[in-house]
Ligand binder design. Structure first.
Ligand SMILES: O=C(CO)[C@H](O)[C@H](O)COP(=O)(O)O
Length: 226
């Protein structure tokens, strides 16, 4: 199971002239690197990442979302600038690559402040079911009103732009998002444990299992009771 919930403010949404506010409770910073290739926008590149790292140090780490042409050419410059990588188009073209985080875009690429596309949470759920250990990240339209949908589906790595950057208290917002995400993660674990118990000891743990809506053997287990 992917461990812990991580919250990463998207600096795409921040006031780039006063990045000091990013020295907050963030687990990582999400940098949208866009050069107009497959989204109609231009943001920033290695020099900005380098300046950010000089100002902020190693913690939080940088998650670089490269929505660029020829992303493979930018791996080394970005790594040298201090970024951990996230190469959307590169992974797309190289299906064989091992990955440790899957990103599900929950808005259309490129612009901030869009509405979460709820359908995308089905992808998150599929990923969580198929790859329980994989960090699954959502990006776009995630804030206090929508994070539960993503977290309940299984997302444990959360990019949030407008909700954090426009908040009067970004630190508290990050903590709130982390708490909602962790609660959903704990509930999934509890449900899974209960389902496992039902399978292993039918009848004996049935009353516990009844409380878990994921247990599909309850009826049979009840019949099995002495
Ligand atoms: O990837 C992005 C756009 O391509 C941004 O990271 C994303 O839009 C976050 O902003 P918000 O939370 O306001 O939707």
């Amino acid at each position: 199971m992917a461990s812990g919930c991580k919250i990463g403010p998207s600096i795409h949404n921040s006031d780039l002239a006063s990045l000091g506010m990013l020295d907050s409770e963030a687990d990582y910073l999400h940098l949208d690197v866009i050069n107009g290739y497959f989204v109609p926008n231009i943001t920033f590149g290695p020099p900005v990442a380098e300046s950010l790292q000089k100002q902020l140090g190693q913690d939080p780490s940088f998650d670089v979302h490269m929505m660029v042409s020829r992303p493979e050419e930018w791996v080394k410059p970005m790594a040298a600038a201090g970024a951990s990588q996230h190469l959307e188009a590169f992974i797309w073209r190289n299906q064989q690559l091992q990955i440790d985080t899957a990103l599900v875009m929950t808005v259309k690429h490129g612009l901030v402040g869009q509405k979460l596309m709820k359908d995308m949470t089905r992808k998150v759920h599929w990923l969580r079911t198929q790859f329980p250990s994989l960090d699954t990240e959502v990006d776009g339209g995630v804030g206090p009103d929508t994070i539960h949908k993503c977290a309940e589906a299984g997302a444990n790595t959360i990019v949030s732009g407008s909700a954090i950057m426009k908040s009067e208290d970004p630190r508290s917002m990050i903590n709130l998002l982390r708490t909602v995400c962790s609660d959903a993660q704990n509930k999934r674990k509890w449900d899974r444990d209960q389902a496992g118990t039902c399978e292993a000891i039918p009848g004996i743990k049935v009353f516990q299992c009844l409380r878990s809506l994921v247990c599909r053997k309850t009826a049979f287990s009840l019949i099995d009771l002495p």
